[in-house]
Design a protein around this ligand. Structure first.
Ligand code: NAP
Length: 280
């Protein structure tokens, strides 16, 4: 007798072959004994292509699709409804299909909260966010739950920092003032693509960083960016991008595969090995 149809889900991006999401979700599904497949979907960087791909995924019975660069705004446009988180962030990384269409959500916020909370004692009032793109919005929206009253945003394009700051109740500063702003911050987060393999390094001096400050970098390839290496050398606490990547996957897996997964050390070790192989 045939069993139930396997659960289908995936991640849409362009490019998408670098995505670790299939490894995360398929590992969780196998561990829980849930029959299902989470697949990468290479979708050209245009809204029409994205909408066609999502229509096809719905027709094929996908429960949902994670969305990565460059489709996070397309996902919001495609959705029939969106969570308050996705609306506030202006971007969605998760589409859940239902009979009415698709519901857009943003789990980057929960991902960042989960990653920072792995540092057992998060304290302080001020966070410095470097960057003002989609990820910076998610990180800024995590402020309340993490207890940061003041957020300062530095971005290369000042107008984007101003726009984010105005919309989300933060303060904007010039990119060139980031080293000075760091002195007053309890949490410093790189949300730019600087420091990523193939990108220029992030130029940031940690000389003035507070002794108890947490340095977070949401870039995860390489896993230990030059910023995190410098912070560790100085004895500062660090949060890496892999922690956020794992935590942001939890809501999607729970929603589509129907079980709460464990963001544990075993999964982290598996993903770290995959990143090492890729970096060779
Ligand atoms: P995005 O919307 O394109 O924003 C990119 C940001 O990087 C902008 O603030 C941009 O500044 C800045 N930037 C790019 N090149 C720069 C340069 N040469 N000098 C100074 N600033 C520069 O991208 P995103 O979606 O926010 O993603 C940003 C990074 O976060 C990516 O590396 C992505 O992989 C990572 N990410 C990780 C996770 C995770 O789970 N770990 C989740 C989401 C994103 P301008 O405004 O001046 O262009």
């Amino acid at each position: 007798m045939a069993g139930p149809d396997p659960i289908l889900a995936g991640v849409a991006g362009w490019p998408v072959s670098h995505s670790l999401s299939p490894l995360i979700h398929n590992t969780w599904a196998a561990r829980a004994g849930i029959p299902g497949y989470y697949v990468p979907l290479a979708v050209e960087p245009f809204y029409d292509a994205f909408a066609r791909a999502m229509d096809a995924a719905r027709t094929l019975g996908f429960r949902g699709v994670n969305v990565t660069i460059p489709h996070k705004e397309h996902a919001l446009k495609y959705a029939a409804a969106a969570s308050g988180r996705a609306c506030a962030a202006g971007a969605a990384n998760m589409l859940t299909f239902n009979s009415d269409g698709a519901l857009a959500d943003n789990s980057d916020i929960a991902g960042f909260i989960g990653a920072v909370r792995e540092q057992s004692s998060v304290s302080g009032t001020t966070a410095l966010v470097l960057g003002a793109g989609g990820a910076a919005r998610g990180v800024t929206l995590a402020r309340k739950e993490l207890g940061f009253e003041e957020i300062v945003v530095a971005n290369r394009t000042r107008a984007k920092a101003d726009e984010l700051a105005e919309g989300l109740g933060a303060a904007a500063i010039d990119w060139d003032d980031r080293d000075q702003a760091l002195a007053g911050a309890d949490l410093i987060v790189n949300t730019t693509s600087l420091g990523m393999s193939g990108e220029p390094p992030l130029a940031l001096s940690l000389d003035a960083a507070r002794a108890g400050a947490i340095i977070a970098d949401i870039v995860y390839a390489p896993l230990e960016t030059a910023l995190l290496k410098d912070a560790k050398t100085r004895g500062l606490r660090t949060v890496d991008g892999l922690a956020m990547l794992i935590h942001q996957a939890v809501p999607a897996f729970e929603s589509w595969f129907g079980a709460r997964p464990q963001a544990d050390a075993h999964l982290r070790a598996l993903l770290t090995s995959a990143l090492k192989v890729r970096g060779r």
